[in-house]
Design a protein around this ligand. Structure first.
Ligand SMILES: Nc1ncnc2c1ncn2[C@@H]1O[C@H](COP(=O)(O)OP(=O)(O)OP(=O)(O)O)[C@@H](O)[C@H]1O
Ligand SMILES: [Mg+2]
Length: 259
């Protein structure tokens, strides 16, 4: 790791008073129901999941099985219809929009399939954006954004706009943006979905490094090859958890170290 730029460690958020480590994410009997007039769609149906700090989790399942719905709730972009969601012991499922926005800003780094970068802003500005929202002063903000861009290997592309970057570089800008506020969790919904296989593997190697440096990562993917980077795979079907197992990620890391 010596020549690699510094990557921020997942931040140390509160432990329970008795000293026992709280689950970072504690989801109990979560439901998300859409009322479609005559019918109801249970996008999530009594889902219970616990995720600890520094886990590396892949979420899989067929189209429409509820993966994005769960990610949006974990990421405080949406709220459940029933059930509870605790993040670092805080009861998120009861929060109002302002509180959700605050938690989102402090705790969550989101990476999307389509990057969601501002086209007219350069890489540095795109990465600074969440920090502008959190009210960080300009000088500190710039330093943070530079740190994040260096961490994803884009120190020499900070003044490039999205259309002056390759697909993989755009996604790395999006990862840097997700890192800039030093979140508790990095959530990635099909982060390699718009990338070719080789570029997708590069992004996954970046996630692996982030995980190794202490970050908690949850990603959605349709591809077994991508999920194999994670250490745990949760499979959804029809809004329910179908299986939840240890994945090959540990093996992959070991193979990489041996070679
Ligand atoms: N706003 C909405 N109104 C009504 N139904 C919705 C809404 N959003 C999602 N759904 C339904 O909820 C279910 C879960 O959707 P979700 O987006 O979580 O699936 P997904 O697993 O992410 O699928 P994909 O792999 O295609 O991205 C789907 O059946 C979908 O049609
Ligand atoms: Mg989805």
């Amino acid at each position: 790791m010596t020549e690699r730029p510094h990557i921020h460690q997942g931040n140390g958020k509160p432990q329970q008073a008795d000293g026992a480590s709280a689950q970072m994410i504690d989801i109990q009997n979560l439901r998300k129901t859409y009322d479609m007039g005559a019918t109801q769609v249970h996008a999530l149906n009594r889902v219970s999941v616990a995720i600890e700090r520094n886990e590396y989790v892949a979420i899989m399942g067929p189209s429409g099985s509820g993966k994005s719905t769960l990610m949006n709730i974990i990421g405080c972009l949406d709220v459940p219809t029933e059930g509870t969601y605790r993040l670092n012991s805080q009861l998120v499922s009861d929060m109002d929009d302002d509180e959700l926005a605050r938690i989102r800003n402090q705790e969550i780094g989101f990476v999307f399939q389509t990057f969601n970068l501002l086209p007219r802003s350069d890489a540095l500005r795109n990465v600074e954006l969440p920090l502008i929202y959190s009210g960080m002063p300009g000088r500190e903000r710039k330093a943070r954004a530079e740190e994040a861009l260096n961490a994803v290997g884009l120190g020499d592309r900070m003044d490039h706009r999205p259309n002056e970057l390759s697909g993989g570089q755009r996604q790395r800008v999006a990862v840097a943006r997700a890192l800039s506020n030093h979140p508790s969790i990095i959530l990635a919904d099909e982060p390699t979905g718009a990338l070719d296989t080789r570029t997708g593997q590069e992004i996954m190697e970046l996630f692996t490094r982030l995980h190794e440096s202490g970050n908690t990562i949850i990603l959605v993917t349709h591809e077994e090859d991508i999920a194999a980077f994670a250490h745990r795979i949760i499979r959804f079907r029809d809004g329910e958890v179908e299986s939840d197992e240890v994945a090959a990620g540990t093996k992959k890391t070991a193979e990489r170290e041996a070679s």
